[in-house]
Ligand binder design. Structure first.
Ligand code: CTP
Ligand code: CA
Length: 223
């Protein structure tokens, strides 16, 4: 039976967390983004602070207040999130990537608002892939934190999550099913933890409950 992450469980540890969506600017008034509310990452930050950790939260644009005792850095784009994370990661014992990073950004950001009648400029917008922040931390040669990813999947949750665990060389991945009525922008969730040794279902619950259970597993692994 996993406990809920009591006080002191992460005393003396530094936990770095990403949360929320990123926004990728098309022009000064438009962006590409996704449905992430930031709630899972903020719940983890709150639980980690309660468990006695020093908590660094790198957040995309969300409408959530900063949990007590958490140091928050606000960013907009994936590249800004990556820069903040790579600066902070060498001082972290644990990195948890809960952000829904936009996978692609417009190849160019227009300096002026694109007009409807600009035709191809919008209809033919070129996209380029964003850096994978989580894979970047996992590949650190020096001072690499214990690295935890999330996998948001609409189907074949366990198989897809295991592929991400292996490809990105993570220590642990938390898989959840997402869709129109699951995962994003909700208070509850259901997580399955996977690592090289096997899988541990954390079950369904509030994001707060699941955050406590996830941190209990992580605390156990880094002792
Ligand atoms: N992630 C990241 N940087 C990116 C993309 C994803 O740090 N540019 C992290 C997420 O925070 C999450 C994990 O990688 O912890 C998996 O994200 P997910 O979107 O499920 O997987 P992707 O690798 O982006 O693959 P796909 O979206 O094609 O399923
Ligand atoms: Ca993605």
């Amino acid at each position: 039976e996993l406990d809920r992450g009591g006080p002191g469980l992460l005393a003396g540890k530094t936990v770095l967390i990403t949360a929320g969506p990123t926004r990728e600017a098309v022009d000064p008034v438009r962006y590409l983004s996704n449905r992430s509310s930031g709630r899972m990452g903020f719940a983890i930050a709150e639980a980690a602070a309660r468990a006695g950790a020093k908590v660094l939260l790198v957040s995309g644009p969300v409408s959530l207040s900063t949990p007590p005792g958490v140091e928050r850095v606000d960013v907009e784009s994936a590249r800004q999130m990556q820069e903040a994370v790579m600066t902070l990661a060498p001082n972290a014992d644990v990195f948890i990537a809960a952000a829904a990073v936009a996978d692609y950004r417009p190849a160019e950001t227009a300096e002026r608002k694109l007009k409807k009648d600009s035709g191809d400029e919008l209809a033919g917008m070129k996209l380029v892939e964003n850096p994978d922040i989580l894979a970047g931390v996992a590949a650190m040669k020096k001072d690499r934190p214990f690295t935890v990813g999330f996998a948001a999947e609409t189907n074949d949750v366990e198989a897809n999550a295991r592929k991400k665990l292996e490809k990105k060389q993570l220590d642990l991945i938390a898989a959840n099913q997402v869709g129109a009525d699951r995962g994003f922008d909700r208070d509850d969730n259901e997580l399955l933890l996977l690592d090289a040794k096997g899988s541990t279902p954390l079950g369904a619950g509030s994001k707060r409950e699941l955050a406590g259970k996830l941190l209990a597993v992580i605390a156990d692994r880094i002792q």
